[in-house]
Design a binder for this molecule. Structure first.
Ligand code: CA
Ligand code: CA
Ligand code: CA
Length: 480
């Protein structure tokens, strides 16, 4: 029994040696397989993790881009939808110039002021901006930035480890005011005529949009825009697709020709003024609206005074204007009329009470171009006191009578517009709406020729978008 047991044990020992070699081999194979499997799993986990981090970063950057572009106050330039190395430059919410672009050397999307861009994300193989107009049609190259009402962004990211690519896209559509719709369209920086340029300089604005734009409180070269105190109709609202002409407060751009003789009553010869009763009006000094003299009447009851003028042809508009004042407020009606040479009334300009302070009334008399007419005043003061007239004029102008006429709170636009080059900037009080830095080689350098924008939707500071306009320009009209 013991012998048999011993034999069995000896037998087991001999088997264990062979088995050991086998087991070791099997364990080695299994371990190798396991390690390979674990490494492979780790590798794909790591890849996935890298991809998802890149994807997450990509989405965050796209969100940031759409948010910033949605707040933009206007575009300066944008690459075409076929350009894989996209770039968009715009005015941000604070009025600063900013840019997004793909740096193809570093494969990074960069953002910031164009001179100091910072990387937002790497591993970007292409970046495409597709712009859309108001009807959501995509805009082809070259993209007219003023037409842009929406921006599509597509970015392709490439995982640096696996080389797998994924594409992210987003689109920004914005309200009407997304894009500044008001442009500086024409600049008369070198007007014709003798004397100082500044009172005759003007800037035309064009409203590209289908909505009105009120520029009340806006500024040109730091001067506040106002309804022109003489030639304006009191409005600062520019109609849809309409024009505004900005002149200095005291401009004489409208008085290319003065048709009224001695309408300021500065000259002692007032014989062309016909009065009834005769000499009911006298030329008196002190307290004038302009200069040192005015026309004054103390006569109660009906009076009239007129001057006959011949209105020439060849201008775009003609304006009749006068200033009045009374010391008998509420008891001094006045009626200003245009009459034919027989005294028949053709049109009435102003009919109402005279005012306690110097007040201007204007009337469009463009219809009488080429005719001889009378500018007529009738008064009927009931109390004792004085009534006054001053600066009675009929002026010719090249300005479209339908254009909104704006003044600025200065005797010139900014510090006057340089004849060799200058910058014209219109702001809404905080943000820049449009700004043009011109040099005389762009056009408008001949006396009386305007500098005219070729495409209102084109770039503001691109020389190829500006040229010389005609003599006297096209103030208040489409250019050319
Ligand atoms: Ca000038
Ligand atoms: Ca005067
Ligand atoms: Ca024009």
């Amino acid at each position: 029994m013991q012998k048999e047991l011993k034999k069995h044990v000896e037998c087991r020992r001999a088997f264990t040696l062979v088995e050991l070699i086998l087991v070791t081999a099997i364990v080695a194979i299994v371990a190798t397989a396991l390690v390979g499997m674990i490494y492979s799993n780790y590798k794909s986990w790591k890849l996935g993790s890298g991809r998802s981090t890149l994807l997450q970063d990509g989405r965050a950057v796209l969100e940031q881009m759409t948010r910033i572009i949605r707040q933009s106050k206007g575009f300066i330039s944008v690459t075409s939808p076929t350009d894989q190395a996209g770039q968009i430059t715009f005015t941000d919410v604070d009025g600063a110039t900013q840019q997004f672009r793909l740096n193809t050397l570093t494969s990074e999307i960069e953002f910031g002021p164009p001179a100091s861009l910072s990387a937002l994300i790497g591993s970007v193989s292409n970046l495409v901006f597709t712009c859309y107009d108001v009807n959501a049609n995509s805009l082809a190259d070259p993209v007219r930035v003023r037409k842009v009402r929406g921006v599509g962004i597509t970015a392709t990211l490439t995982d640096p480890v696996s080389s797998l690519q994924f594409t992210l896209s987003d689109r920004v559509f914005s309200p009407e005011d997304f894009q500044n719709a008001l442009v500086i369209n024409e600049i008369m920086y070198n007007p014709s005529g003798s004397g100082s340029d500044a009172p005759k300089e003007w800037v035309e604005l064009y409203n590209l949009s289908d909505s009105t734009i009120d520029v009340n409180g806006w500024k040109i070269n730091n001067d506040t825009l106002i309804a022109h105190p003489q030639f304006g109709n009191g409005s600062t609202t520019i109609p849809a697709n309409g024009y505004a002409v900005i002149t200095a407060d005291t401009t004489d751009v409208y008085t290319e020709t003065e048709l009224v003789n001695n309408g300021g009553f500065e000259n002692s010869d007032i014989s062309l003024w016909i009065m009834n009763p005769s000499s009911s009006w006298t030329r008196t000094s002190g307290g004038a609206h302009g200069g040192t003299r005015k026309l004054e009447s103390t006569v109660s009851g009906a009076t009239s005074v007129y001057q006959q003028i011949t209105v020439p042809s060849g201008y775009n508009s003609y304006l009749f204007l006068f200033w009045e004042k009374t010391t008998v407020v509420g008891q001094t009606p006045i009626t200003a009329t245009i009459r034919d040479t027989s005294g028949n009334i053709l049109a009435t300009g102003y009919s109402g009470q005279m005012n306690s302070t110097w007040t201007c009334h204007t009337m469009n008399v463009t219809a009488y171009a080429g005719q001889t007419v009378r500018i007529y005043f009738n008064t009927n003061k009931t109390g004792s006191g004085s009534l006054f007239l001053d600066d009675v004029s009929v002026v010719t102008s090249y300005v479209n009578i339908n254009a909104i006429r704006l003044g600025c709170s200065n005797s010139h636009i900014g510090s006057g517009l340089g004849n060799n080059g200058d910058t014209v900037t219109v702001t809404n009080g905080s943000s820049t709406i449009d700004s043009v830095t011109y040099v005389d080689s762009w056009g408008g350098d001949g006396d009386g020729n305007s500098l005219s924008r070729i495409d209102p939707q084109g770039l503001s500071n691109d020389q190829s978008n500006w040229t010389s306009g005609p003599q006297h320009g096209t103030p208040g009209w489409a250019n050319f």
